[in-house]
Design a protein around this ligand. Structure first.
Ligand code: PLP
Length: 376
């Protein structure tokens, strides 16, 4: 059996090696490393894939979030509502801009923002909501957009883990996540569902004026070269990454299907077990399984993690400390929050290997070892 990994980007690469190598060589030969046609073409193809009008590429997903918040003219102390049960980048960008993150609890089933908690957290200072489609499962965007409309708030989707996820509205319209809020952000970190061979990120919007502004901010606030309209930053996706991503984008649906197949296999393997809750799949969306995360009941999680490791199976805790308990947010009042579901999940979740290259022999082995430990 092949060595087990949380993600296997190498085997994935080997399957498309000739195309990728050729594309990278072409960029090298062109010496157009920054910007240019390759980057623009990728942005256009990604916009078409995601069904959004504008895609602005940038250096990474964290920058995408920061640039998005910069484009909304928020003032220091303005409040943005986010989950605490997420990767730090979601909230860090807000803090960096001197905004006040307001943490809300998550839903026990979807691991995403608790919709009722959002409305309770709104104050006159609230300016934006940042929903996170955690592990590849969509937040209930229809409800979020309704709240945003009611209170005149911006919505920035953190779509770093859910690129390619389809969201169905109650009227039957299907939209990809990242294209529902005013702005959507994604990451091409190598282990993400659409991963580069280095760092990368992108920002989605359907708003022409916002697109212009986002593009300017990502490029030193320039309207044209050496004319700077506003304070921006320097955040670029380089041409080699764009060339690679453009190839991988063609396989994204296949990659997602492969992930779902793994998830189905695991679901069947663990079905009905009293100590294991398999990932929930809401009616309103499909799941792109960036992570396959179990909730354990009455299981020694560290013991399981170690038992698996001893058998050569990696497993991860995403995330061992929720944002509101990170030292980073002490100065933002993080300790004052009571987020029982976030804390409850933080103690009980465990993510198993899931990627496009996991074969059935490996999956069967993982299921059997997990059950072996839990049924002891
Ligand atoms: C990966 C990730 C980011 C940040 O992306 P980088 O490209 O690593 O900066 C932001 N939010 C979430 C939820 C992520 O998973």
């Amino acid at each position: 059996m092949r060595t087990l990994q949380m993600v296997d980007t190498k085997t994935q690469y080997l399957k498309i090696k000739p195309q990728v190598d050729e594309a990278v060589l072409k960029v090298m030969e062109s010496s157009m490393f920054i910007g240019g046609k390759v980057v623009n073409d990728f942005a256009a193809n990604l916009a078409a894939y995601n069904g959004v009008k504008h895609v602005i590429t940038c250096a990474n997903g964290t920058d995408a979030l920061q640039i998005s918040m910069m484009a909304l003219d928020l003032k220091p102390g303005d409040e943005v509502i986010t989950p605490s049960f997420t990767y730090i980048a979601t909230v860090e960008a807000a803090a960096l801009l001197h905004l006040q993150p307001v943490f809300v609890d998550v839903d026990k089933q979807t691991f995403c923002m608790d919709i009722e908690a959002i409305e309770k957290a709104i104050t006159p200072k609230t300016k934006a909501i940042i929903p996170v489609h955690l592990y590849g499962h969509a937040v209930n965007m229809e409800k979020i957009m309704a709240i945003a409309k009611k209170y005149n708030l911006f919505v920035i989707e953190d779509n770093a883990q859910a690129i390619g996820c389809d969201y169905s509205f109650s009227d039957g319209t299907v939209t990809k996540t990242g294209g529902i809020g005013h702005i959507g952000c994604t990451s091409f970190y190598p282990s993400k569902n659409l991963g580069a061979f280095g760092d990368g990120g992108a920002i989605f919007t359907n708003d022409d004026a916002l697109a212009e502004k986002l593009k300017m901010i990502a490029s030193h606030g320039q309207s044209k070269r050496y004319y700077h309209e506003m304070v921006g930053c320097n955040s670029r996706l380089d041409a080699m990454q764009a060339a690679i991503l453009d190839i991988k984008l063609k396989y994204l649906d296949e990659y997602i299907a492969a992930r779902r197949k793994v998830a189905d296999f695991y679901d069947n393997g663990f079905a009905g077990h009293e100590k294991i809750v398999t990932p929930f799949r809401a009616q309103y969306s499909n799941h792109v399984f960036h992570q396959y995360t179990l909730v354990l009941n009455n299981v020694d999680r560290d013991g399981l993690n170690k038992y698996l490791a001893d058998k050569g199976i990696p497993s991860m805790i995403y995330y061992p400390v929720p944002c509101h308990k990170q030292k980073m947010f002490d100065a933002f009042g993080g300790k004052n929050y009571q987020l029982p579901t976030t804390d409850w999940l933080t103690q009980r979740v465990i993510s198993l290997p899931i990627h496009t290259e996991l074969d059935e022999e490996q999956q069967a082995f993982i299921v059997s070892v997990v059950l072996e430990y839990i049924n002891r």
